[in-house]
Design a binder for this molecule. Structure first.
Ligand SMILES: [Zn+2]
Length: 313
């Protein structure tokens, strides 16, 4: 478990900024429920937020046949946001959202969909597909780890929150192998996970036949339902070029130009995550802003909020 520290979030500390378009809840790997997010955002004085869980928008609507429009104490999220509540902001705008894992010309990317009609044509079917692919990827991880010699027999698999995988890797039977393979002996679990799974050149990415839905499908469905498609954290796909910003800018630009042809309308420019202390620097945000301007893409920002109320919503 990573211990979260109190953030100094440059995006949201800037006076006047009252928006956050990147928030996770218990419907993926966040710690708070959508209802708690709404209440907390009001208390913090936010004006407009979007809840953007991985591969699903179950905070709003469930898969077909289960719960169509989700309510919280009898109220929908929008009604909850409008209900007066003590705090800095009485009325909060809350926009539908999701952060969809998908692939575009062989690159794994994440597309933020905003402002779509969650019950519109094809939306629930899209959700079923993206959730199915996430489940398949979880199974692929299990098989990959078993091939490496780990004992993995999970009772319950949650494709949006890999806490169960950590528990499996921490089994006594895996101790020797874990310690042998982990790059950082002080933090074997975390370092092994990032070594094996993170990035396009990771052993897992090279070996596994990963299930990803095509970006075209995501963008199209979101747009046809009144939504807007936005590229999430565009530098994340080119972190290997962090020390070569000119090259990195070129790569980001190529990607967004290609995505624009299939309907991308925005880019996440202001972005911060805290789990590993990786903020986009001022320079990196400037880089992204330039790309967005040149390509006439709308600029979005958020904190990729996952954790406790001490984090910045
Ligand atoms: Zn996210």
């Amino acid at each position: 478990v990573v211990k979260m520290s109190v953030p100094s979030n440059r995006i949201l500390k800037r006076p006047g900024n009252r928006k956050n378009f990147h928030i996770h809840t218990i419907f993926s790997d966040g710690k708070l429920s959508p209802r708690q997010i709404i209440l907390w955002a009001k208390r913090k004085g936010r004006k407009h937020i979007s809840i953007t869980d991985h591969d699903n928008f179950r905070a709003w609507a469930d898969t077909e046949g289960v719960v169509k429009k989700r309510t919280y104490g009898g109220q929908t999220l929008r009604e909850l946001a409008r209900t007066p509540h003590q705090g800095k902001v009485k009325r909060l705008r809350v926009t539908t959202g999701a952060e969809f894992n998908c692939a575009h010309n062989g690159t794994k990317i994440e597309i933020l969909g905003y402002h779509f009609n969650e019950l519109g044509k094809g939306m629930l079917a899209l959700q079923e597909k993206t959730m199915g692919a996430a489940e398949q990827r979880a199974m692929e991880r299990i098989q990959f780890l078993r091939r490496k010699g780990f004992v993995i027999n999970p009772q319950k698999i949650d494709p949006f929150n890999y806490a169960w995988l950590d528990a499996e890797l921490s089994r006594a039977e895996n101790k020797t192998l874990l310690e042998k393979l982990a790059p950082d002996k002080n933090n074997p679990l975390l370092s092994l996970r990032s070594f094996l799974f993170q990035g396009t050149n990771s052993p897992y990415a090279k070996e596994a036949q990963e299930a990803f839905i095509d970006a075209h499908n995501v963008i199209d469905t979101v747009r046809r339902n009144g939504g807007i498609a936005v590229l999430a954290h565009p530098l994340q796909y080119f972190r290997h070029l962090d020390s070569a910003p000119i090259e990195q800018e070129k790569k980001v630009e190529e990607l967004v130009q290609s995505l624009k042809k299939i309907g991308l309308r925005g880019m996440e420019v202001e972005y911060s995550i805290r789990a590993d202390g990786s903020y986009y620097t001022k320079e990196q945000m400037k880089l992204l802003r330039r790309v967005a301007r040149r390509n006439r893409l709308k600029i979005f920002g958020g904190t990729d909020y996952h954790h406790s109320p001490r984090d910045t919503i």
